[in-house]
Ligand binder design. Structure first.
Ligand code: TNX
Length: 510
């Protein structure tokens, strides 16, 4: 009876909804198509979530309920058997509809009575849930009401990504970031529909992933970091925990073991690897290009085989990143020999090789992927080999570049990258790289100058939010003046998540 009474009261309130405009909501990335119908769906404690009866869809329902709870404190039941006077149901449906065939696409139909989220795949449903999270009003309409109501504007959203690879990279080698830090980064990336987190797991200054067959890599090579602090590493259990957490957020982990350069930490642990007869010292500085593996020694390939085998076995995603950048201490012929051999090892363990753009100097399979960061000539070599390219031009996407001369953290060897520069470029037409070769975009965060999550957040946000739009939308759907208003309105979310973002003066933060 009590429930009935209040649904009556609620109906009255729904009728009195002020006009809404779904198209004016602060969604990032901007959906492909939004058709507003000016009404409101009332989200309150009488709502319920129902999902298709498949485990991955049920998980998404629970995820949405948890996020609604975080934003509104409402406890919305998921897939309860009975619906006693439930008013306002959110359905999350698997659908084989012909217009939902594109990967990760989804449609949202919001009426005053229900929210229907349709997708072919759980990944698409998960992206749609992020849209829904973004359009639930920040505050309830009446704080004095017995049953506070949060508004969701009504209308229809038809959406899907332009690029299949929408990534960020975190360098956990120059400074180590623990599982909790990485999970928080994943939470934030997921909200903006990223689907890849690339972990730069090894470098001169540290080896951060336990390899059972070569235990000194972490015992010795994991013991320090830039500036001489304690370093750290992920045990295999912790790495699996990260992979699983990412998977719950429909994010693929791309593990990187950087080689043949950037390997001082490996060679300190096992001096046989560098082939120069010397035992190097742990390195805590910021130089690059001084280390190399011995590319002509069998033991080195046994080592690499073990490393790729152990990491691949814990990594369900399709990729393995071999680094391959700045191998200035490796002869060019040795470098090419090395990359071609390692490509075969990666393939043996069922993965697609990714490497920084230098790898395209080698003769590679068209399934291997080049990550463009600096060298257009190498990008052209990748294109000639029919390879896909991940767009990470340092001058536009490097999250470790300072915003301007006043930035507290970061470098500026490539550029200063203020928030507008990060957004205002066209990855679809950059340096003559054909659109058909572009797999997607990735924003790398190198960590020479940052050592904790606050500093990570300062460099990554707000710029990472802009890259999510660059990789999701097509060019005609992007506009800085429009974006910057939506970005300003991310402040309540970022504050609620306790994100120490850089309050760029270009943005009129809400
Ligand atoms: C270049 S980008 C590097 C990294 C550094 C970064 C600093 C790339 C493939 N290599 O080793 O951390 O610059 O911005």
């Amino acid at each position: 009876i009590a429930i009935l009474a209040c649904t009556e009261e609620k109906k009255k309130r729904v009728l009195n909804f002020p006009k809404t405009d779904l198209a004016a909501e602060n969604m990032i990335p901007k959906p492909v198509k939004v058709i507003p119908t000016e009404g409101g769906f009332a989200l309150d404690e009488f709502a319920a979530i129902y999902t298709t009866n498949a485990q991955d869809f049920q998980e998404i329902g629970k995820f949405l309920a948890a996020k609604i709870k975080g934003k509104t404190e409402l406890d919305i039941p998921v897939n309860i058997a009975e619906v006693p006077n439930r008013e306002g149901v959110i359905y999350i449906n698997q659908s084989d509809s012909i217009d939902l065939q594109a990967p990760e696409s989804y449609q949202l139909y919001i009426t005053p009575d229900s929210v229907i989220l349709n997708s072919n795949s759980a990944a698409g449903a998960f992206r749609g849930v992020q849209t829904l999270r973004q359009i639930i009003s920040e505050t309830s309409n009446d704080t004095l009401a017995a049953y506070p109501v949060w508004t969701i504007p009504t209308g229809k959203i038809i959406d899907g990504p332009q690029f299949e690879y929408r990534g960020a990279m975190l360098d956990v080698a120059r400074h180590f970031f623990d599982v909790g830090d990485v999970k928080k980064f994943i939470d934030l990336l997921a909200y903006y529909k990223y689907n890849v987190l690339h972990l730069h797991l090894t470098d001169d200054q540290g080896w951060r992933i336990e390899i059972k067959s070569w235990p000194k890599l972490t015992e010795v090579g994991g013991s320090t970091e830039v500036g001489g602090e304690a370093g750290g590493f992920y045990t295999q259990e912790e790495y699996k925990e990260l992979v699983a957490y990412a998977a719950q957020h429909h994010i693929t982990i791309v593990p990187e073991v950087d080689m043949p350069g950037h390997t001082n930490a490996a060679s300190v642990s096992y001096p046989i690897l560098n082939g120069n007869g010397k035992t190097p010292k742990l390195y805590e500085g910021m130089r690059v290009g001084f280390s190399t593996l011995d590319t002509r020694k069998d033991t080195v390939y046994t080592f690499i085989d073990d490393v790729i085998r152990e990491i691949s076995a814990m990594t369900p995603g399709p990729y393995f990143h071999i680094g391959g950048d700045e191998s200035d201490a490796t002869k060019k012929s040795d470098y090419i020999y090395f990359v071609e051999k390692v490509e075969k090892i990666v393939q043996k363990y069922g993965k697609r090789m990714i490497g920084w753009d230098e790898i395209a100097q080698a003769d590679l399979d068209s399934t291997s992927i080049s990550q463009f960061w600096r060298h257009t000539d190498f990008a052209n070599e990748a294109i000639e080999q029919d390879m896909k390219i991940i767009m990470s031009p340092a001058v536009k996407t490097y999250l470790d570049m300072q915003y301007d001369t006043l930035s507290k953290h970061g470098l500026h060897w490539a550029a200063y990258i203020p928030t507008d520069t990060a957004y205002n470029w066209t990855p679809e037409a950059y340096e003559g790289i054909p659109l058909k070769n572009i797999l997607g975009i990735e924003a790398p965060l190198w960590s020479e100058t940052i050592s904790d999550i606050d500093e990570l957040e300062y460099l990554a946000f707000p710029r990472a939010i802009g890259y999510s739009e660059l990789s999701w939308t097509t060019e005609e759907n992007r506009d800085w003046e429009n974006y910057k208003v939506r970005l300003a309105n991310q402040a309540p979310f970022l504050d609620r998540m306790d994100v120490k973002y850089y309050p760029s003066p270009l943005i009129d933060w809400k």
